[in-house]
Design a protein around this ligand. Structure first.
Ligand code: PEP
Ligand code: MN
Length: 345
């Protein structure tokens, strides 16, 4: 519920309204504007709560938010959220591409990837160090050693770095080493993890679970927002359908609807959606056209030797070509690709 107070409402009157809300077991947050004070109320707001507020003399209007996701909804926050990490942004006119290997594998592979990404013009490098693998016998990631390598990338190349967290205990550690943390598809409804990333002050990429509805996706974002972290970037990465020709079905309608429903930035991961590199170019361009704020793409210096997801990882030159091909599409939708250093135009 949003309570808009009349202009020139006195401090004592505001305090009275706040007390009244608290007595009803609800959680008010007060925003003092130049003209008016607005109070956002969280919790299970009942008809009776709204009516009792309407009768207070300093209250101009009461708007009930009907969506189950309150903080994530445009009803709550009409203005688009721009999430910033270092000098890059998500949610404004920038089209920000995060790229890199699925996993950090060795110092050589990480540094080589970073060098290539920088040459291509990418500003943010991805590399997972904690790996959610279907098989416990598959490569599980480099752990903290990998985080140290990402810090090295940051220090030596100036690239921003991004990685996945799977365990609540790793959240504060990862947040020390990287610029952006990611909650993967498999953990979209790991509520303890969501609460934990809600307590850090780094941007969080929240990937859509492979069988999650849009509502469930936004409710998961709500957990992060509710715990104080407003820097949430949603990532569509394909959902599981009956189709077997590719790994997942990229739900581009999700991007379009999320853009209507929420003020949070939305990016697309075409790599995990496709599961094969030959589709990544088209899916990336379609994502830009539908209004995504950026991409999360896998690229490996030698995909044949990758410890994970080699089949879907682009060769470095394919990523360079993709950037070139994306430019006119981004331009057509009023966006500009963020490239290393300055926007190369
Ligand atoms: C990833 O981005 O490395 C990943 C594992 O993706 P997802 O969580 O979407 O499967
Ligand atoms: Mn991967």
């Amino acid at each position: 519920m949003i309570i808009v107070l009349k202009p020139k409402t006195k401090k004592e009157e505001i305090d009275e309204v706040v007390d009244k809300i608290k007595k009803r077991g609800l959680k008010p947050t007060t925003f003092e504007g130049v003209e008016r004070t607005v109070i956002h109320v969280l919790g299970e707001v009942k008809e009776d709560d709204a009516n009792s507020m309407k009768s207070v003399s300093c209250v101009e209007k009461v708007v009930r938010i009907m969506k189950p996701y309150k903080l994530a909804s445009k009803e709550h926050h009409a203005q688009q959220t721009v999430v910033k990490a270092g000098d890059v942004s998500f949610g404004n006119s920038d089209f920000t591409i995060i790229a890199g290997p699925c996993s950090a594998e060795s110092e050589k592979q990480v540094m080589e990837s970073a060098k290539l990404l920088k040459e291509i013009g990418i500003r943010v490098m991805r590399a997972s160090v904690f790996k959610p693998r279907t098989s416990p016998y598959s490569f599980q990631g480099m752990g903290i050693e990998g985080l140290k390598l990402l810090k090295k990338v940051r220090d030596e190349t100036g690239l921003l770095v991004e990685t996945e967290v799977m365990d609540v205990r790793d959240v504060p550690i990862a947040a020390e080493y990287v610029d952006i943390v990611r909650v993967g598809a498999r953990n979209m409804q790991n509520f303890d993890l969501l609460k934990e990333v809600g307590k850090i002050n780094k941007p969080v990429i929240l990937k859509r679970g492979m069988a999650a509805t849009i509502k469930e996706f936004l409710m998961a974002a709500e957990y992060i927002l509710m715990n104080g972290n407003k820097n949430v970037i949603l990532c569509e990465r394909g959902i599981r359908t009956f189709e077997t020709a590719y790994r997942n079905t990229l739900d581009l309608a999700a991007v379009a609807i999320l853009k209507k429903e929420t003020h949070l930035p939305v990016i697309v991961d075409p790599s995990h959606a496709a599961g094969r590199r030959d589709l990544v170019n088209s899916l990336s361009k379609a994502s830009a056209a539908v209004g995504a704020d950026g991409l999360l793409v896998e690229m490996h210096p030698n995909p044949e030797e990758a410890s994970s997801d080699g089949d879907q990882s682009l060769y470095p030159e394919q990523l360079a070509d993709l950037l070139k091909e994306l430019k006119p599409i981004c331009e057509a939708v009023g966006k500009r690709i963020v490239e290393n250093g300055a926007n190369k135009g």
